[in-house]
Design a protein around this ligand. Structure first.
Ligand SMILES: CC(C)(COP(=O)(O)OP(=O)(O)OC[C@H]1O[C@@H](n2cnc3c(N)ncnc32)[C@H](O)[C@@H]1OP(=O)(O)O)[C@@H](O)C(=O)NCCC(=O)NCCS
Length: 225
């Protein structure tokens, strides 16, 4: 997702570290609006964001190579705290989901996957992702993406999952293609980054294609706790 809906100026609510829901223990609810279930794979565990993720996400997602083709991330740890608080409010409102990527056995957030509704009811949604560059090319992305796509179709009820990637973002395009996203067109001059309008490729995965493809593959093992 190149254009993240969050903007710092939208965040009018002060972050209260004592009262935010992030201090609660792991979520066990099956209603994702009340709290995201953990998505557990072989090497990764995707979980709800917590306020304490701000420092590691700041370190992982603000490097030049990660940030160059996505909406500018916050520039401070406090900015990430506000972003996390905003994410949690949007999830509770049922319009937005953001998962932290962690490695099995470690709690540190090394990346994020975001999904937002493009129409009321979440039938069509857009996703985006960013992972710290030390973990690029390791398979962490693919495993996490499989879990997030399965969660989108099977739990949220998405039937069409869109993504946008700047044409110049070789890794982003390569990543989407390799997980089966279909290129549907070019959105010319659709993304403003560093004062320049960039062309983006529009990708989509539709539920029927995903289900058909999945029958040919080993099943994705999603453990929802
Ligand atoms: C997008 C992202 C999460 C993907 O994770 P990753 O670990 O780098 O992805 P992978 O290595 O599994 O897959 C990338 C693929 O693109 C290929 N690739 C790399 N550079 C490429 C280029 N310039 N052109 C085309 N393909 C390229 C890789 O070879 C790889 O394919 P392979 O595994 O078949 O060899 C990560 O690169 C990232 O966080 N990037 C910065 C944030 C970002 O741009 N997000 C928006 C994406 S739309």
């Amino acid at each position: 997702m190149e254009k993240m809906p969050y903007r710092p100026d939208m965040d009018l609510v002060e972050v209260d570290m004592q009262t935010t829901e992030t201090v609660k223990p792991e979520v066990v609810s099956s209603d994702w609006r009340a709290g995201l279930p953990i998505l557990s794979g072989k090497r990764v565990a995707l979980r709800e964001l917590r306020m304490s993720d701000a420092p590691s996400l700041f370190a992982m997602l603000t490097t030049e190579e990660v940030a160059r083709f996505i909406s500018p991330p916050p520039t401070t740890v406090e900015g990430f705290e506000r972003l996390i608080a905003w994410n949690l409010r949007q999830r509770a409102a049922g319009t937005y989901v953001c998962y932290a990527v962690t490695l099995q056995g470690f709690d540190t957030a090394i990346g994020i996957f975001q999904i937002r509704e493009l129409e009321p009811g979440f039938g069509t949604a857009e996703w985006g992702f960013a992972i710290g560059s030390p973990f690029w090319g390791t398979g962490i992305f693919e495993e996490s993406a499989d879990l997030v796509v399965a969660f989108s179709f099977e739990t949220i009820g998405v039937h069409r999952l869109e993504a946008r990637a700047a044409i110049a973002n070789g890794r982003g395009n390569g990543a989407l293609i390799k997980i089966g996203a279909v290129q549907e067109g070019v959105l010319r001059k659709s993304f403003l980054r560093n004062g320049k309008y960039l062309d983006q490729v529009l990708y989509a995965i539709v539920e029927d294609d995903w289900r058909a493809l999945r029958e040919d593959k080993a099943p994705v093992r999603v453990q929802v706790h």
